[in-house]
Write a protein that binds this ligand. Structure first.
Ligand code: PMP
Length: 422
């Protein structure tokens, strides 16, 4: 087998050196099953990070559904086929009744791009509001509103950003933080209107994952939604990270956050690694957009994707992955809180369901280096996690939902040891 050093050199000569690799010594993987990876050196690693293999890496039901459908029929949606309708019905049944129509895509970026296109057409405006540390995808429009990842594309003139507060980092009274944030939103809306852009939509992840899972003032999300609507804008919930039961308590992050979006976008876990995404919306929105646009997306909603998506939902249901995420998530959160109480350098425990973190700070100053050391120390113990947040100081523990009660102690013990090491 190629040595790791050779592989990195060949990768640099082809894919290039700019697409980042995790870890000081990148991990060379060869296979995976369930929540376990096998590396080139034969070592097994526990996956405490990846949300795409939602029901488990190389899940039997998903792989069989994919292979069987690929061997039967795979064609675009301009012919009638039951699979995409069956799948749409099953997926839409997980939403509140108002959200009962779907457009399919192939990536989270495509879904967000379409949602913005719809909002711009239906409102006749172009102004966008996003959080000041967020990521929504790769297209030109999305690069023009990216604030949480390096991009040489400047913010588009029709974009305003909102600072999402974190009560764990802000000692002021909650009401004051809420009022300040909403006042800043009001100012952004006014500025978009004065500039003639108006407001097409606000776009955010209901869990604010990229931002580092801030603890929000009560009423912030509904407050944002209300103001954007009052100004004539639409509300897009980006559920690429927060959807499909990640919170344990709710299938969708917007339900958890108590918001009523006009458009919901999803991707990553939807196909367990098979590229697929969607925009879910209301009948009215679909009619208003669909009647004026012949919208056709070659690969989207094909029978193989539909079979895969359906297998993911069936697996979630049969294995009761959402209630399991709620139970294990609560157990893990209690331990994370213990860590926050025990160590001065852990400012707060973050997250919900199977999306948890610890925010590192020394004397009130974010400590990304400590977070990095813990991520590396976890890898040395064969457990994979990562870090997020505007300072990259928040551990990101977001395993496949198939994570089980046997694996949780392994992760928690490794974290306990890693924390006492650093
Ligand atoms: N939205 C969010 C919240 C994401 O995390 C990502 C991917 N990291 C995207 C959108 C883009 O999805 P994709 O990479 O599938 O285009």
């Amino acid at each position: 087998m190629t040595s790791t050093a050779d592989l990195i050199a060949r990768r640099n000569r082809t894919i290039g050196p700019y697409s980042p690799l995790f870890y000081a010594e990148p991990l060379h993987l060869v296979s995976a099953k369930g929540v376990w990876f096998t590396a080139a050196d034969g070592e097994r690693y526990l996956d405490g990070y990846n949300n795409v293999p939602h029901v488990g890496h190389c899940n039997d039901r998903v792989v069989s559904a994919l292979a069987a459908q690929a061997a039967t029929l795979n064609v675009h949606t301009r012919y009638l086929n039951e699979r995409v309708v069956d799948y749409s019905e099953r997926l839409l049944a997980t939403f509140e009744p108002r959200l009962d129509r779907i457009f399919f895509g192939n990536s989270g970026s495509e879904a967000n791009e379409l949602a913005i296109r719809i909002a711009r057409q239906l409102t006749g405006s172009t102004g966008m509001i996003v959080s000041d540390y967020s990521y929504h995808g790769t297209t030109i429009t999305l690069a023009g509103l990216t604030t949480g990842l390096t991009t040489a594309t400047p913010l588009d003139p029709n974009v305003r950003t909102l600072r999402i507060p974190d009560l764990d980092r802000d000692a002021r009274p909650e009401a004051e933080v809420l009022a300040e944030t909403l006042a800043s939103l009001d100012a952004s809306i006014a500025s978009l209107q004065e500039a003639g852009f108006g407001i097409a939509a606000c776009l955010f992840d209901p869990l604010f994952s990229t931002e580092g899972m801030p603890r929000l003032p009560e009423g912030l999300v509904p407050g944002i939604v209300e103001r954007v609507r009052a100004a004539g804008g639409m509300v897009i919930a980006d559920e690429v990270q927060s959807g499909f039961g990640r919170t344990g308590s709710h299938m969708w992050g917007h339900q958890y956050a108590g918001m009523r979006p006009d458009l919901v976008t999803m991707g990553k876990p939807m196909g367990n690694g098979h590229p697929m995404s969607a925009v879910v919306t209301s009948e009215e929105v679909l009619d208003r957009f669909g009647s004026r646009n012949e919208f056709f997306n070659t690969f989207a909603g094909n029978p193989v994707s539909a079979a895969v998506g359906e297998a993911v939902l069936l697996e979630m249901e049969e294995e009761q992955l959402m209630p399991r995420a709620a139970a294990l998530g609560a157990e893990a959160a209690a331990r994370f809180q213990e860590f926050a109480d025990r160590y001065d350098f852990v400012r707060s425990a973050k997250g919900v369901g199977m999306f948890l973190g610890l925010d590192f700070a020394v004397d009130g100053v974010p400590a990304p280096e400590l977070a990095k050391q813990v991520v590396e120390a976890m890898k040395a113990r064969r457990v994979l996690i990562s870090r997020i947040g505007r300072d990259e100081s928040v551990l990101k523990v977001r395993p496949p939902l198939a994570f089980g009660p046997e694996e949780l102690p392994i992760l928690l013990d490794a974290l306990s040891d890693a924390l006492s090491d650093v």
